[in-house]
Design a protein around this ligand. Structure first.
Ligand code: NAD
Length: 351
């Protein structure tokens, strides 16, 4: 196994692994460990080149530093990518990846991400203990989606508080795009609190079964952004807040779990100009990472501790909104400022 360090400005460690025997070609980026070991998922994609994979791993690991800093997980940011076709997986490949992760001695802790399944991580775990997010039966934190959904609910309440002076969901109309693992659970949590839940999804069968079972209202996915509502919760895919959708939005706030909701950073400013309060995606969707981070605490995973920490999303968003208000910046910039201030405080405390 050939492990080479790639010097990259602003990153603590970036390493490449080439392993002839298993065919592994992978990169790990440890962006920042000021606040703790770097946790971030492992993804596998048929990148066109190593440069393309490098751009991805650098961008994603930096994003994890910011996400964990705001979520106050006591962790830093990292990520790993396997360059390869996810339809061609093997035990030797994931065992080699395990040895690669292990070579960093715990500075990087891995988890599931795109095209990586728990069964793959179980093979990785045969070579390293720096793996999180495995099955609950194995003493790990299990499926993160219900925790992401609960964090999203807490985040919607914090956003209602900021916009309307009350966090009560009762009677508030909430439009959820994407009622999958997270959006589906979020709909239930909101309905339990008396919200008027409206759903849309490209999966018509899913919509039909949920409306029948729970009595939600539904709207066609096409053009859903123009539906009048208090809260719009994008819970399907990224880049839905863009030049086409923003002028059509008829909501007062946006608070959903999807990653990378702003097509470009400037769309955050467009939302501010339209008077729509935006809950920055990486702050409101941190329930899953907070849940996984509890595995790292002394004594290991504990659901009650996880739920208590996920409540912290309320406080984190309140801080983001306060920065946005007092410093007159869009909320997504305010989130970055909060992350940078927590990192700076961590650096001073360590010095
Ligand atoms: P999922 O695949 O279980 O659900 C996604 C739902 O969105 C599905 O019902 C799908 O039919 C629907 N959908 C997909 N494309 C659509 C489109 N173009 N228009 C309308 N509906 C569409 O995924 P999930 O785990 O619920 O995650 C949802 C989002 O939240 C993703 O962006 C994911 O990256 C993000 N996220 C998830 C977690 C987690 O813990 N699962 C954590 C953080 C962020």
């Amino acid at each position: 196994m050939d492990i080479t360090e790639l010097p990259v400005d602003g990153y603590e460690k970036v390493v490449r692994c080439r392993d002839k025997a298993s065919g592994l070609h992978a990169l790990i980026a440890v962006h920042d460990t000021t606040l703790g070991p770097a946790l971030g998922g492992m993804r596998m994609l048929p990148y066109a080149s190593e440069d393309e994979a490098l751009i991805d791993v650098l961008r994603l690991s930096r994003g994890m530093t910011y996400k964990s800093a705001v979520a106050d997980t006591g962790l830093g940011g990292g990520k790993s990518v396997i360059i390869g076709d996810p339809s061609i997986k093997s035990d030797p490949l994931f065992r080699a990846m395990g040895r690669f992760v292990d070579s960093l001695g715990g500075a990087y802790i891995t988890a599931e991400d795109m095209n990586i399944k728990i069964v793959d991580l179980e093979v990785v775990q045969q070579e390293t203990r720096w793996v999180t997010g495995l099955a609950r039966e194995a003493g790990s934190s299990g499926n993160p989606s219900p925790y992401t959904a609960y964090g999203c609910l807490v985040g919607i309440e914090a956003t209602l508080q900021e916009a309307f002076g009350s966090s009560d969901c009762k009677g508030r109309s909430v439009l959820i795009q994407g009622v999958g693992a997270v959006g589906g659970r979020l709909a239930e949590l909101l309905a339990e609190r008396g919200a008027d839940v409206i759903i849309c999804d490209i999966n018509d069968e899913r919509v039909a079964s949920l409306t029948k079972e729970h009595g939600y209202r539904s709207v066609p996915d096409e053009g859903h952004e123009a539906v009048e509502c208090d809260v719009y919760a994008p819970c399907a895919r990224g880049a839905t807040l863009n030049d086409e959708s923003i002028p059509r939005l008829a909501c007062k706030v946006i608070a959903g779990c999807a990653n990378n909701q702003l097509a470009e950073v400037r769309h955050g400013q467009m939302l501010t100009e339209r008077g729509i309060l935006y809950a920055p995606d990486y702050v409101i969707n941190a329930g899953g990472i907070i849940n996984v981070a509890v595995e790292m605490l002394p004594g290991g995973y504990n659901e009650a501790a996880a739920m208590e920490r996920i409540e912290g999303i309320r406080h984190n968003l309140a801080q983001v909104y306060e920065i946005a208000r007092t410093e007159k910046v869009p909320t997504h910039d305010a989130a970055d400022l909060l992350a940078e201030r927590r990192l700076q405080a961590g650096k001073i405390a360590k010095a």
